[in-house]
Design a protein around this ligand. Sequence first.
Ligand SMILES: NC(=O)c1ccc[n+]([C@@H]2O[C@H](COP(=O)([O-])OP(=O)(O)OC[C@H]3O[C@@H](n4cnc5c(N)ncnc54)[C@H](OP(=O)(O)O)[C@@H]3O)[C@@H](O)[C@H]2O)c1
Length: 228
Amino acid sequence: MKIGVIGAGRIGGNAARLFAAAGHDVFLSFSRAPVRLREKAAALGPRARSGDVRDAVEFGDVLMLSVPWTSIPGVLEHAGPLQDKIVIDTTNHFGPGGIQTLPGGLTAAQFNARRMPGARLVKAFNTLTAGFQASEAGRPARQRVVLFHCGDDPDAKTVVAGLITDAGFAPADLGGLADAAPMEAPRRAGAVYGEEYRPAEAVQVVEALREGRPLPPPPDYPRDVDAR
Ligand SMILES: NC(=O)c1ccc[n+]([C@@H]2O[C@H](COP(=O)([O-])OP(=O)(O)OC[C@H]3O[C@@H](n4cnc5c(N)ncnc54)[C@H](OP(=O)(O)O)[C@@H]3O)[C@@H](O)[C@H]2O)c1
């Protein structure tokens, strides 16, 4: 698959590395210093290249949006139309003063979907720190780290679940974009954000959310720090 990465930093750069290692072609974009992008792409081998955001959008069957929250309006303006593109949204809504208030009770995922008209947005790769994702990808099946995802386009979710698997994690479907809140900051009781789950517990989490029951307490694995 061809994946355009918009923001190849800690989260996007690591995901690009994992995708390339799994045999996908990646296109890194959006940097204050394009030479850094070229170096990062070179380090990922022949399956990686770099360039402008618009070229990443053109390239990708799937796009990964992995920029700071405050950079989203600017990068979307630069990216051009995202009609029919599958967009993996890794962002968390942290601004200069901390967690940003979103209008109308929207989840951050819904808020972002509204500013990407026509895109098939799937939220994923946002609940655990980049360091944790880098060090824990590719565990054996029962210990695999779960990456929750949600979205309103079932086919897009299937594609993203496949990429989560290819990257060395276990996908768990939390529902639609309106159901994203437990995946979103801050870390708190009743949310999966910032918590490590493995596949068996994730099944219980998904069932509890679908049935409107409180979430079981997160497993007592050694914790990583809050995902930003
Ligand atoms: N880090 C985590 O643990 C973590 C975990 C889960 C989710 N997230 C979310 O994922 C998204 C990306 O986070 P990240 O930690 O990967 O960020 P990051 O390491 O700072 O990467 C941001 C990327 O955007 C590029 N960029 C271009 N213009 C920029 C500008 N004006 N200001 C800042 N960056 C610019 C940077 O490239 P240059 O530096 O080359 O300019 C870099 O490749 C955020 O929304 C974050 O909340 C992060």
